[in-house]
Design a protein around this ligand. Structure first.
Ligand code: TMP
Ligand code: ASP
Length: 242
């Protein structure tokens, strides 16, 4: 890593977080590691860290331009980005435009069914408990988020949908669903974490081909190739192959 950084603060499943000389900024290193099923299935996929770092930078920049406050500051290396340090809300916000994944398993609805208006769900961020679904009342009762946070998380999650659904559609991709995480800095709630094919479902608009982490979950192969296809279609500049 070329950017000057301090101590390793946290090693997640796919990213490592480092301190920097500025107490308000963190360095995120996107590793090639991939995990699924709450960390039960793991692999290292060459180039994935670099591709996701660049897709995330592109998406966060588009969101910021549309007025969504995010923690992203700038790219500082092939697999590194500088972000604002947040105090994270331990709740995952999921927006769904098409039925898939746990929604289909939970309710027995048909995969591929369009959801209009989009569905908004909350999950507790806890791998040991397999990220159980919660309601806003659970978040309030246990102090995971305030009423104002919850209102803002919902509003921003749906604003992200309004920005990204057409962005992906113009690239011939259906934005099926995605997960967002938020955090606070100086009293303001910002979008944190990442937006990459690791945390959303992206289907080719014509064929329905999966272009996201379901390729890894279901052993479909060509995981990073699919992520690179997403980057190419969005017009994300990737550094030449190493
Ligand atoms: P789900 O269908 O498994 O509930 O996931 C919905 C979307 O959110 C899907 O695109 C994957 C993403 N997601 C994560 O990336 N990590 C998580 O921990 C959860 C709960 C969902
Ligand atoms: N991101 C989570 C994990 O790595 C959930 C998933 O993608 O299946 O376990």
């Amino acid at each position: 890593m070329s950017y000057p950084h301090g101590a390793e603060l946290y090693r997640g499943k796919a990213k490592t977080v480092y301190a920097t000389a500025d107490a308000d900024l963190l360095l995120l290193h996107y590793r090639d590691d991939t995990s699924a099923f709450d960390g039960e299935k793991k692999a290292a996929l060459s180039r994935k860290g670099m591709v996701n770092n660049h897709i995330n930078a592109f998406v966060m920049t588009r969101l910021a331009e549309a007025g969504v406050p995010t923690h992203f500051v700038r790219l500082v290396g092939p697999q590194e980005s500088l972000v604002r340090r947040l105090s994270m809300v331990p709740v995952e916000c999921v927006v769904r435009n098409v039925a898939a994944g746990s929604l289909v398993r939970r309710l027995g609805v048909t995969e591929g069914q369009r959801l209009a208006p989009p569905l908004y769900e909350l999950f507790l961020k806890n791998d040991d408990l397999h990220d159980p679904m919660i309601s806003e009342d659970h978040a309030l009762a246990f102090g995971w988020a305030s009423a104002a946070d919850l209102k803002r998380m919902r509003e921003l999650s749906l604003q992200v949908n309004a920005v990204l659904t057409p962005l992906f559609a113009d690239a011939g991709i259906t934005l099926v669903d995605y997960k967002l995480e938020f955090g606070r800095q100086a009293g303001e709630l910002l979008l944190g974490d990442e937006f990459t094919p690791d945390g959303c479902r992206l289907w080719d608009a014509g064929s329905g081909e999966r272009l996201d982490k379901d390729r890894f979950r279901r052993d479909l192969g060509g995981v990073v190739e699919a992520y690179e296809e997403v980057a190419r279609r969005l017009g994300v500049d990737l550094p030449a192959g190493e």
